[in-house]
Design a protein around this ligand. Structure first.
Ligand code: NDP
Length: 240
């Protein structure tokens, strides 16, 4: 029987590459999304991976959605908390709404995704929790007080979960991508994007598949002693 993997925000961008790589590695994969039905339908057509629609910011919706996935595919062994958004603004212009939207999706969303699965993982004595954080959680970023706070928070989550889960065979790790060529980064004005690329020693944006390969490694049985760690995949932009 294949292990079951769930990827939030798994139908587009980095999540899409993660879903595909896990499927190629032999997992039974479920991918979630928030509202882009068209992209989700195209993704399922191309990959055969079933998608599920719920808002990770809502605990009850997440719990019900996760239960549906487990009833369709079996217990979830690998959870990739990847769904995320940006609502950028310099701090003096950032609204409480921008703050809360990002906290609710990127940070509380991780709690909502992992918490309902935790008892089952403990019981089965196996689990892989992988959280997609960001270089900007490691170093901060202009106009991203909200986003950087959530991505730094992810690192605290995995370090704490690692300690709680270690004896139960559960690992929790984070990946901090640098700038990756997805819709999120392509939405940045071209001039800003060029200045970002100029600061990356590798001289290019990363590819979603480069993050996906890190996930496949962390999900594997072979990575069992790697727990509470952060993989930085950023083209040598920042050494942490
Ligand atoms: P995209 O914007 O390309 O895709 C985001 C995905 O998350 C979509 O599938 C979207 O669903 C889903 N999503 C957004 N909000 C919610 C929500 N409330 N509930 C459920 N699903 C939601 O993002 P990326 O692929 O670029 O980013 C993926 C992750 O990687 C994020 O956590 C991001 O912060 C992180 N990251 C990205 C970097 C980059 O350079 N791109 C760099 C560092 C980190 P839908 O399709 O329905 O909109």
């Amino acid at each position: 029987m294949s292990r079951v993997a769930l990827v939030t925000g798994g139908s587009r961008g980095i999540g899409e590459a993660i879903s595909k790589a896990l499927k190629d590695a032999g997992y039974a994969v479920a991918a979630t999304y928030a509202g882009n039905d068209e992209a989700a339908a195209k993704f399922t057509d191309e990959t055969g991976i079933k998608t599920y629609k719920w808002n990770v910011a809502d605990y009850d919706e997440s719990k019900a959605g996760l239960a549906q996935v487990e009833s369709d595919l079996g217990p979830i062994d690998v959870v990739v908390a990847n769904a995320g958004i940006t609502r950028d603004a310099p701090f003096h212009k950032m609204t409480p709404e921008q703050w809360h939207q990002v906290i609710d999706t990127n940070l509380t969303g991780v709690f909502n995704t992992v918490h309902p699965l935790w008892p089952g993982m403990r019981e089965r004595k196996f689990g892989r929790v992988i959280v997609i954080s960001s270089i900007n959680g490691q170093k901060g970023q202009f106009a991203q007080v909200n986003y950087a706070a959530t991505k730094a928070g992810d690192l605290g989550i995995v370090k704490s979960l690692a300690q709680e889960g270690a004896r139960a065979g559960i690992t929790a790790n984070a990946i901090c991508p640098g700038y990756i060529g997805t819709d999120m980064v392509m939405a940045v004005p071209e001039k800003v994007r060029e200045s970002i690329i100029a600061q990356i020693p590798a001289g290019r944006l990363g590819e979603p598949e480069e993050i996906a390969r890190c996930v496949v490694f962390l999900a594997s049985d072979d990575s069992g002693f790697i727990n509470g760690s952060t993989i930085s995949a950023n083209g040598a932009q920042f050494f942490v």
